[in-house]
Design a binder for this molecule. Structure first.
Ligand code: COA
Ligand code: AMP
Length: 633
């Protein structure tokens, strides 16, 4: 008899510890857990307390020891540089062990932090695994962030070392990483002891004597010396990494991931959610700088023994809208995971799917989408073109893996456009009103998860339990507040509609409008400002900033707007995609002084809106509308 999702979910609910103990059998432990779940440690309890393990051992060494050393672990396909390579598990082990030796040599020890600031090259994955091997805690910073953001992370994580590369490559430019890195170190109060730099031939950089290390020659020397570095046993509850994500202020949140629960959850998801078999090729077209990259470019596939594909390129323009299909055909990809925005970009360039017809996609079984709401039009187009199930699934940096999905490895449930389907085992998802009481089916509310969170989810924020408690746990006691709003239908299908905070989603990238407001407000000519996310056909949302200038400022507003655009790019980075700054005389507010962002958004999106009853001066809305139209919006 075939297994049903409803039985699996019920099985988890009846015996959560038994469920995760069974899932943990897929992981090799140095020491088994004393308690599968310990409710008395951590903020809401800890998974696999007392166990010892090593994530690099599970991702690499154990496959070599099992006789799979010659199997492909990582395929690197980089249309942007015209490079392809593949690494077997044995080769990955050699590379990772050697880099681990370099790190140790530079004084990096268990529990130390290492910042990784790298483009999408195999060395980024090696760097993460090398840290895991010696029990160091990595923190990957996305290449599209500016020096200032990097400096903030340096000050919070206080790394002993940084691993970086000389440059990143975007379709329209080569980004010199080293000046950004040096500027960040200059800006930060905390200085790392060492900077290990992988020199790329596209742009070689200068190294600073005494501090900087040439990655390639140091690794080659460690390999030549035959230096062995064994996998350091760490507690299952020890941190594997910190990943900073946007919060409601300019100070990003340091989401912590542990070792044990993380591996258990990812291995479970590879089999049951994604329906992958070890040895198959799984491709997450994201970036190692995001959680999708951590979970499903590096750790999930490798721990599970699948082949992962690391892609350095874009869905369009590298060189064309057929790149994804070429990669799928060439490398026998069975599952593709990307953000809906990538499909919108392809659809725009190739609406009839002419490129798709040129390639053999017969190996592809499923397309998975996440990172932002998968709009029904995009899902429909992808279904029509690819003729495979298109699965939207919903998760967050904090959760590390899907909260809601269609678990194709167990059973393909009916796909409903606009819904990421149902709660995964481990998650008791509920919709509650502002008073914390559950709302009826089909009614909008706050989406919350009953504690404890399942394995793989954040146990807390880096050295900041207070912020963890206040940001996620205080508002609805006993529940984790996702920050998303939506509803659940009569069949238990979830619909994720919007955020309840200031987070916006731009091309699948999570950004805080609050952080952008902090940058705008720091401009000497700005009296007050508001940044909102407005609808965009390609990127889902785009930030738009409204500024009121200080009285007496007599410079041309257009010049100031240009400066503000430059300032956000300089302080947060190009990834913020901040290109709309609009000067207005006044911002619409309630009588108590709260800025009416929702109404401004409705105006920008040309939606109908109700005049807010508490508005101070309705005439301001006309001024906002006129200013937007002047800017072509
Ligand atoms: N390093 C440096 N800069 C980067 C960067 C990186 N790793 N990634 C993006 N940028 C820059 C871009 O070059 C762009 O700069 P520009 O303003 O000079 O043009 C800016 O940041 C904004 O990038 P993005 O929003 O990604 O826009 P884009 O026009 O370059 O590409 C898509 C649009 C849709 C093709 C692209 O966003 C994409 O492929 N998205 C896939 C979604 C994804 O990977 N999501 C991650 C979570 S699953
Ligand atoms: P990130 O932490 O960058 O993964 O962003 C998480 C946020 O992105 C979520 O809280 C949602 O707001 C949004 N998101 C991610 N996946 C989906 C999805 N499948 N549907 C709707 N929103 C999503």
């Amino acid at each position: 008899m075939s297994v049903k999702y409803s039985d699996v979910y019920k099985g988890w609910k009846q015996d959560p510890e038994g469920f995760w103990a069974k899932a943990a059998e897929k992981i090799d432990w140095f020491k088994p857990a004393e308690k599968i779940f310990d409710p008395d440690s951590g903020v809401y309890g800890r998974w696999f307390a007392g166990a010892e393990c090593n994530t690099c051992y599970n991702a690499v060494d154990r496959h070599v020891e099992a006789g799979r050393g010659a199997d492909t672990a990582i395929i690197y396909d980089s249309p942007i540089t015209g490079t392809k390579a593949s690494y077997s598990f044995a080769e990955v082990k050699d590379q990772v062990q050697a880099l681990a030796a370099v790190l140790k040599d530079r004084g990096v020890a268990k529990g130390d932090r290492v910042i990784i600031y790298m483009p999408m090259i195999p060395q980024a994955a090696f760097a993460m695994l090398a840290c895991a091997r010696i029990g160091a805690i990595h923190s990957v910073v996305f290449g599209g962030f500016a020096a200032n953001e990097l400096a903030t992370r340096l000050n919070d994580a206080k790394p002993t070392a940084i691993i970086s590369a000389s440059c990143g490559i975007e379709p329209n430019r080569t980004i010199a990483y080293k000046p950004l890195l040096d500027e960040a170190i200059e800006l930060a109060e905390h200085k790392p002891d060492s900077v290990i730099v992988f020199q790329r031939e596209q742009l070689v950089c200068d190294l600073i004597d005494g501090r900087d290390v040439d990655y390639a020659s140091a690794v080659a020397a460690a390999i030549a010396a035959g230096t062995e570095v064994s996998c350091m046993p760490v507690a299952a509850t020890d941190p594997l990494y910190i990943l900073y994500t946007s919060g409601t202020t300019g100070q990003p949140k340091g989401v912590v991931r542990d070792n044990g629960g993380h591996m258990v959850a990812l291995a479970w998801s590879m089999e049951n959610l994604y329906g992958i078999k070890p040895g198959e090729v799984y491709w997450a077209a994201s970036d190692v700088g995001w959680v999708v990259g951590h979970s499903y470019i590096v750790y999930g596939p490798l721990v599970y023994g699948a082949t992962t594909l690391l892609f350095e390129g874009k869905p369009v323009g590298t060189p064309d809208a057929g790149t994804f299909w070429r990669v799928i055909e060439e490398h026998d990809v069975v599952a593709l995971f990307t953000a809906p925005t990538a499909f919108r970009a392809i659809k725009k360039e190739d609406p009839k799917g002419d490129f798709i017809k040129k390639y053999d996609l017969s190996k592809l079984r499923t397309l998975f989408l996440a990172g932002e709401r998968a709009d029904p039009d995009t899902v429909q187009w992808a279904e029509d073109m690819l003729k495979v199930p298109v699965i939207d699934h919903w998760w967050q940096t904090e959760t590390g893996w899907a909260i809601a999905a269609n678990p194709v490895g167990i059973e393909l449930l009916p796909v409903v456009h606009g819904s990421p389907t149902v709660s995964m085992p481990g998650y008791d998802v509920q919709i509650v009103g502002a008073d914390g009481h559950p709302v009826a089916a089909n009614e909008m509310g706050n989406i919350v998860i009953k504690l404890p969170m399942p394995p793989g989810n954040l146990p807390g924020l880096w050295q900041n339990d207070t912020r963890f408690q206040s940001s996620y746990l205080d508002e609805f006691p006993g529940y984790y507040q996702t920050g998303d709003a939506g509803y659940m239908d009569d069949n238990g299908y979830l619909y994720i509609m919007s955020r309840t905070d200031d987070i916006i989603n731009v091309a699948g990238h999570r950004l805080s409008t609050g952080a952008m407001e902090e940058v705008l407000a720091a401009h000497p000519d700005v009296a007050e400002c508001a940044v909102i996310g407005i609808a965009d056909k390609l990127k889902g949302q785009l930030p738009a900033g409204f500024v009121v200038l200080k009285s007496g400022v007599d410079r041309a507003p257009m010049d100031i707007e240009k400066e503000l655009i430059g300032l956000v790019r300089e302080k947060i980075g190009p990834v913020a995609a901040f290109k709309i700054a609009v000067t207005v005389d006044r911002l619409p507010k309630t009588r108590s002084g709260k800025i009416l962002r929702g109404t401004m958004r409705a105006i920008a999106d040309h939606e109908e809106y109700k005049m807010p009853a508490t508005i101070d001066d309705p005439a301001i809305l006309n001024e906002i509308e006129a200013a937007l139209r002047e800017h072509g919006i």
